[in-house]
Write a protein that binds this ligand. Structure first.
Ligand code: MG
Length: 375
């Protein structure tokens, strides 16, 4: 090579090399077919709640969760199953389910449809355990692509909603204390369905005029009573009502929806994709949660279907670490309402990720589901 040509080549190299050097390691790994296998690990964990949490169906101070990791080519994707006891999953059921999952048979982690259909086919039910795999796989893939999921889906992070802060059923002094703690939140979500509904609302209204959303968790067992309560609640600045009556009362909810002055939203009635169609004409909207939908992939489809049917969509959660909350938050620019305060209700988070800033869901620009493990 002539010296002049050599200088030309080396100067190009000098310009190009620093750029190549800046390509993130995880992204460069994606450029080759590694021949690696996905390895699944999981371990039980127990979330400590800051307050005893009471809804119409149960009361508790802790929530069992299963933490999941999928490792592929040196990159780890994180996932989580949150299992409030009244929903029927537990450390034991999740251990049994996850022990059956063999991801090593899939040479390409990007074949999400195939992998997650296989996971779904292992056993019926187990939505939270299935979600833990889905979330970890999405985290892994996002990291391999070096992009957060909201970007992969083409969503604008500025369009994230404000989240409500949940106030469980309690005595007036505790309710007042919780309203005080919820200062940064612009919207309150109030649990109803026991015998002190009016007291709960009047207590809150004695200290704040923030918008309220109510969740009855199937607590009312009479449609005429439900309508009277909703009419009263509407005069107290309640924006909508969630799952007022038992989940299989489709006709009664359709009756109520026709007469209700505020939207009626289905939560326990709407678990997975086929339930969205069943909820059409029965509810004005649905509450989508990763722990019901089996994860991000099906939640995304549920949101698209509900919106295409002209229904409202709320994105909710269980008490969860910032892992599952951040996964749900990736979808949040698509929805009308968010209830993603789950990680704010616990005192022993394992991750740092999506934050609630001045009440607004605030996404990080970290790849995958946007989290960093802190413990
Ligand atoms: Mg609910």
């Amino acid at each position: 090579m002539k010296r002049r040509d050599f200088l030309k080549v080396s100067s190009i190299t000098a310009v190009v090399t620093p750029f190549l050097g800046s390509v993130p390691k995880v992204f460069s790994k994606n450029l080759k077919t590694s021949g690696e296998k996905m390895k699944l690990k999981f371990y039980p964990y127990t979330l400590e709640l800051k307050h005893t949490f009471t809804v119409a169906t149960a009361s508790r101070k802790t929530t069992p969760v299963m933490m999941v990791e999928i490792e592929y080519d040196g990159v780890i994707g994180y996932g989580e199953a949150s299992m409030p006891p009244y929903l029927g999953e537990s450390h034991q059921t999740a251990t049994e389910f996850l022990s059956k999952v063999n991801l090593e048979q899939f040479p390409d982690p990007f074949k999400t449809e195939e992998i997650l259909s296989y996971v779904d086919s292992i056993a019926p039910g187990n939505p939270a355990a299935k979600a833990s795999i889905d979330i970890a796989l999405h985290d892994l893939l996002g990291k391999l692509m070096n992009q957060p999921w909201y970007k992969i889906w083409g969503l604008n992070p500025e369009n994230t909603p404000y989240t409500s802060f949940t106030i469980g059923i309690d005595k007036p002094d505790v309710v007042r204390q919780k309203v005080k703690e919820a200062e940064q939140y612009k919207i309150l979500k109030v649990k109803l369905g026991l015998d002190n509904d009016k007291e709960m609302i009047e207590t809150i209204r004695s200290v704040t005029d923030k918008p309220i959303r109510c969740d009855v968790n199937q607590g009312w067992k009479d449609k005429e009573y439900a309508l009277k309560m909703i009419e009263w609640l509407a005069t107290k600045g309640v924006e909508f009502i969630e799952q007022p009556m038992p989940k299989d009362w489709y006709d009664e909810h359709a009756w109520l929806r026709e007469r209700s002055p505020i939207p009626v939203i289905g939560d326990e009635s709407v678990q997975r994709l086929p339930d969205v169609k069943k909820a059409y004409g029965v509810y004005d909207g649905i509450n989508v949660k990763l722990m019901k939908s089996t994860g991000m992939r099906e939640a995304y489809k549920m949101i698209l279907l509900a919106k295409s049917l002209g229904m409202k969509v709320m994105l909710g959660c269980m008490t969860e670490t910032s892992c599952a909350i951040s996964a749900a938050a990736q979808l949040s620019p698509m929805v009308d309402w968010a209830d993603l305060d789950g990680a704010e209700l616990i005192s022993n988070d394992l991750f740092e990720g999506t934050k609630i800033i001045d009440g607004k869901v605030t996404l990080t620009n970290l790849p995958g589901i946007g989290v960093r493990k802190i413990k």
